[in-house]
Design a protein around this ligand. Structure first.
Ligand SMILES: NC(=O)c1ccc[n+]([C@@H]2O[C@H](COP(=O)([O-])OP(=O)(O)OC[C@H]3O[C@@H](n4cnc5c(N)ncnc54)[C@H](OP(=O)(O)O)[C@@H]3O)[C@@H](O)[C@H]2O)c1
Length: 230
């Protein structure tokens, strides 16, 4: 079991449907939560920082802010992301760039830039972790969401390989792959409009399942972990 009391945890996408819930649940577990988002209007208060994951320095600046505020970093949750819909043959360069920068390159930089601080946490006897949320599309790439699926499958691949590397440094890296969840993400698509999805997962349940996995020391959260019985 991973004790979260006094663990310093950076939550990216902390203004979002999943990130805000995960951050609140980590608060309830006794963690010291450092919240991050992109837009000033979406996040404020103490221990809240803004950075755009599309910029080269965005990820590093958030890790540095957490370290400066608390002197250590024990966990990172990457709950930032964007979605787009539409036929593969019609995806624009701007949409492609945003999907890949926010969903793939940004999170890769986060994992890279947090590695030394998380390894120091392990050396100090803590149980550092990283959570990413690639979603079910990384297991089952979806027509009408080809570029989104590709950005998330790329993330899942990077995380899977990185998990094996970081394990040697005492860092647990966990990818969560829930299906469609009722956060409103689909209504904020950077391009296209959402198809008719089936029944959506409840964001409270998805966030709670992710936090439970962190506490219980789980190493992977496939889509099957988000069925109601799980
Ligand atoms: N909802 C689902 O159905 C579902 C299913 C599987 C996986 N996921 C994944 O779970 C994650 C969270 O989804 P959600 O439903 O909570 O989405 P959401 O409510 O739309 O929240 C998205 C978050 O990402 C942040 N963000 C967007 N662009 C950013 C950028 N360029 N730089 C930094 N932060 C940025 C937003 O910050 P601002 O508020 O400041 O813009 C917001 O905090 C995403 O990666 C999503 O792909 C979602």
């Amino acid at each position: 079991m991973t004790v979260l009391t006094d663990a310093v945890v950076l939550v990216l996408g902390a203004s979002g449907g999943l990130g805000s819930r995960i951050a609140a649940m980590l608060d309830d577990e006794g963690a010291i939560v450092v919240r991050a988002a992109r837009r000033p209007e979406s996040l404020s208060g103490p221990d809240a920082y803004l950075a755009d994951l599309r910029t080269e320095q965005g990820a590093a600046s958030l890790v540095a802010a957490a370290l400066q505020a608390h002197g250590r970093l024990d966990g990172v949750v990457v709950a930032a992301g964007v979605v787009a819909f539409g036929p593969a043959a019609e995806v624009s360069d701007a949409t492609l760039a945003e999907l890949l920068e926010v969903n793939l390159v940004g999170p890769i930089r986060v994992l890279r830039d947090a590695a030394d601080a998380l390894a120091a946490s392990a050396d100090a006897g803590r149980e550092p972790f990283v959570v990413t949320i690639s979603g079910v599309v990384s297991e089952s790439p979806t027509a009408g969401m080809a570029a989104y699926s590709a950005s998330k499958a790329g993330l899942a691949a990077f995380v899977s390989a990185t998990a094996r590397e970081y394990r040697r440094r005492g860092i647990r890296v966990l990818d969560a792959r829930p299906g469609h969840t009722d956060t409103g993400l689909a209504t904020r698509a950077v391009a296209g409009s959402a198809p008719a999805f089936g029944t959506a997962l409840d964001p409270d349940d998805v966030a709670a399942r992710i936090v439970r996995a962190v506490v219980d020391g789980e190493k992977d959260l496939p889509s099957s972990a988000f069925t109601p019985e799980s």
